[in-house]
Design a protein around this ligand. Structure first.
Ligand SMILES: [Zn+2]
Length: 266
């Protein structure tokens, strides 16, 4: 086993053990279950030191070997960021691109969006002043508001990062002076953090939730308490806004019916 693989394997193994995925995953689920049972067997604690050592050694080797068989291929690669992107076009004539990176770590799901602010008649000083305000606002609305609950004992917070400095960007946003009509890729210097958080929702692939906006043509939502409403000040993110992320996680983990629940304010 290479040095590179071992830490990742250990981390993933820990994740699987703590979350209780093991018995539910495809592949050698039965063998995994046996390892799990053996670990907790009271017989192990009554055996002699030597027996115990050999037994533990066998378990470590066996569990390492079986680890990859227990993981769906898709979940093995989930620690690496995966780029999700696409285009949404509605019959009412709206069209926009969504794009973000998503990765699963041992303790959380991380969504990362790299936004390139392109000044148009705006000085660097002005841009440098407003970008941190937007970043804080976006992350305040989107990050650690909800968590995935794959098993009764496991909570995976959904963390969201808005990165305005990155080697590669998902979105170029034109920033103009003053106020004015804004959309996903056209912002103004006086846009509030809430409006930035609203446009960020479109970058994640979300529809508007107000009459006359870019509504979901199949299941339109009208919700004045949502960050996706027309005047989002005071609005909030809702569990439905993380549905695509939930689906990604279920596919990677080989699970279904994973719950999503609000996080307590920190
Ligand atoms: Zn909108």
């Amino acid at each position: 086993m290479s040095r590179l693989i071992t830490p990742r394997l250990t981390a993933f193994h820990g994740m699987i053990r703590r979350s209780g995925y093991r018995g539910k995953l495809r592949g050698s689920a039965l063998a995994c279950h046996l390892i799990s049972t053996r670990r907790q067997s009271p017989l192990c604690t009554r055996s002699s030191g030597n027996d115990r050592l050999q037994s533990n050694l066998r378990l470590v080797v066996a569990s390492a070997l079986l680890f990859w068989a227990c993981m769906p291929t898709s979940a093995r690669s989930a620690a690496e960021p995966e780029r999700i992107q696409g285009q949404i076009t509605t019959p009412s004539g709206f069209s926009w691109k969504y794009a973000y990176d998503i990765r699963l770590t041992e303790k959380r799901v991380v969504i990362s969006v790299a936004i390139n602010p392109v000044p148009a008649g705006v000085s660097k000083v002005e841009l440098d002043r407003v970008v941190p305000i937007w970043k804080v606002g976006i992350e305040r609305y989107w990050s650690r508001r909800y968590q995935l609950v794959p098993t009764a004992e496991t909570r995976l917070p959904i963390e969201v990062e808005a990165n305005f400095r990155a080697p590669v960007y998902h979105h170029d946003v034109i920033v103009r002076p003053g106020k004015g009509h804004s959309d996903e890729l056209n912002w103004h210097l006086q846009n509030s953090p809430e409006l930035a958080a609203h446009e960020f929702g479109h970058m994640l692939g979300l529809f508007d939730e107000y009459e006359g906006g870019a509504q979901d043509p199949v299941q339109p939502v009208l919700d004045k308490t949502s960050i996706m409403t027309r005047s989002p000040t005071g609005g909030a993110t809702q569990p439905r806004h993380y549905r695509r992320i939930l689906g990604w996680f279920e596919e990677k983990a080989g699970l279904s019916e994973v719950k999503i629940e609000p996080m307590k304010p920190e």
